[in-house]
Ligand binder design. Structure first.
Ligand SMILES: CC(C)(COP(=O)(O)OP(=O)(O)OC[C@H]1O[C@@H](n2cnc3c(N)ncnc32)[C@H](O)[C@@H]1OP(=O)(O)O)[C@@H](O)C(=O)NCCC(=O)NCCS
Length: 182
């Protein structure tokens, strides 16, 4: 198991960043189900994430030895409080210069610096892999995430109209953002 860093957060808590392991299945299911119900800015309605433990373990396993993607978890006191995934957008040669990513942190742990630490690990992975541009899509109202991305050097390159349609019938637009990696 590769432990990337043990970070002491602003409030003194110790955050461990490491690759997800097969036995993180339940911890990751708990995290995803929690964050889906805490924010409207992710891809699923609350309760929509329905992987079984076996499916989640298989998914994690597929990431563990993969060369083209990385799944990191952030852990405090043995509880997974955040995850961050990054991967090459396609294995076709014409796309190997691009990676895409996603990130979530449990609400209770927002604003402690966890998001930024995980983002920097993603950027480091891109540099190691020779990725030239890191891309993401973010709901245009997600000002917290947008300012995090902008502080890291991402810029907006367009808007996808009505990217999400919620259960209540309303829509949200998304920005495309890209970080060009030197
Ligand atoms: C977006 C998210 C990942 C940020 O994680 P976090 O751990 O709270 O972020 P951090 O504490 O590391 O803060 C990082 C940056 O976010 C920005 N930020 C944090 N709190 C903010 C606030 N209240 N208002 C505006 N910007 C804020 C700042 O730029 C901050 O950098 P700084 O500390 O150098 O000023 C987290 O809020 C989250 O998981 N949200 C729900 C899921 C989500 O929206 N994911 C992204 C989908 S594209």
């Amino acid at each position: 198991m590769k432990v990337y860093d043990e970070n002491i957060l602003k409030d003194g808590q110790k955050l461990v960043i490491r690759n997800a392991q097969e036995n993180d299945g339940q911890g990751l299911i708990d995290l995803l189900q929690t964050v889906d119900s805490e924010t409207r800015f992710l891809a699923r309605e609350p309760g929509e994430f329905n992987f079984t433990l076996e499916q989640e373990r298989e998914f994690i396993k597929s990431t563990m030895n993969a060369d083209n993607n990385q799944l990191l978890v952030g852990e405090i006191d043995d509880i997974i409080v955040a995850n961050c995934s990054v991967g090459i957008v396609s294995n076709n040669k014409r796309y190997l210069h691009r990676a895409a990513m996603g990130i979530s942190v449990r609400k209770k742990y927002w604003n402690k610096g966890i998001g930024k630490i995980l983002m920097n690990e993603c950027i480091k992975w891109c540099k190691e892999k020779g990725v030239e541009q890191l891309e993401l899509e973010v709901v245009t109202q997600n000002t917290r995430a947008i300012s995090m991305y902008e502080n890291l050097g991402f810029e907006k390159y367009g808007t996808k109209k009505n990217a999400l349609k919620y259960n209540d019938g309303t829509y949200a637009d998304e920005y495309y953002m890209i970080l060009f990696i030197e």
